[in-house]
Design a protein around this ligand. Structure first.
Ligand code: BTN
Length: 236
């Protein structure tokens, strides 16, 4: 079960750092949480900012079996987070490939996977109770919080518990069956499907997420490319 032991600091640089620094001494499933990060890490070297006491900020230590493709864990975690956000809000949550969770066309959660030897530290940041003024105004993907999108406040501990419970189930399935075993949860939540998108210099229309985790981009009447990773801009 993911969630034990739990290291909690009221404030820290980054929960990723808390776990990475102790990764060699901790078992699989250990988590680190905080109420505020002073140097939160996002993907591609970006920062992840939070207003104190408003977010779910958690990192999870996993030791995937060598036969599994560890990068798939971003999608698995995004699926678990989407399920938990959907259960809390009763709004349909999507995955913006490969690792964002979207609600009403706004990014409410981001996932960051960092390798540490044979361990993977997966960070999850969910915007929960921020008001509009507390959200980044000029993010590449427009940001939202559960509160800004629904008008309600949420119990962050209850949401954390739900995320970890969903992740425990999905991770166990992935360990034994790979991405195929969690694919239903991923393929059906594809935010980019049928949207005009661009990844690097490839432009087209978002197609399906493949069973190996790649994203299809339809580039012409009879042509498509499959991309393994990258920063997706969606146009509309
Ligand atoms: C992204 O969308 O760029 C990924 C953001 C990941 C943020 C989380 S918050 C908990 C964990 N600690 C960090 O420093 N980053 C991740």
């Amino acid at each position: 079960m993911i969630g034990e032991p739990r290291l909690h600091e009221p404030e820290c640089e980054s929960t990723q750092k808390l776990l990475v620094d102790r990764a060699d001494d901790l078992p699989e499933g250990a988590v680190a949480t905080t109420d505020h990060q002073t140097a939160g890490r996002g993907r591609l070297g970006r920062e992840w900012e939070d207003a104190p006491g408003t977010s779910v900020l958690v990192s999870v230590l996993l030791r995937p079996p060598p036969e599994r493709a560890a990068p798939e864990l971003s999608l698995v975690t995004a699926a678990a987070t989407a399920e938990a956000v959907e259960a809390a809000t009763t709004l349909s949550a999507q995955i913006k490939w490969p690792n964002d969770v979207m609600l009403n066309r706004r990014k409410v959660a981001g996932i960051l996977a960092e390798m540490h030897g044979d361990a993977v530290v997966i960070g999850i940041g969910v915007n929960v109770n921020q008001n509009v003024a507390q959200l980044p105004a000029h993010a590449r993907t427009p940001a939202g919080s559960l509160r800004s999108l629904t008008g309600s406040d949420y119990d962050r501990e209850a949401l954390l518990a739900r995320i970890l419970e969903r992740l425990s189930t999905r991770y166990a399935a992935w360990r034994t069956g790979g991405l195929d075993a969690v694919f239903d949860e991923i393929g059906s939540r594809n935010f980019l499907f049928a949207r005009a998108i661009r990844i690097g210099d490839v432009s087209g229309v978002g197609g399906s997420i493949q069973r190996d985790g790649r994203l299809e981009i339809v580039t012409g009447h009879d042509s498509h490319v499959l991309v393994e990773s990258g920063e997706v801009e969606f146009v509309r």
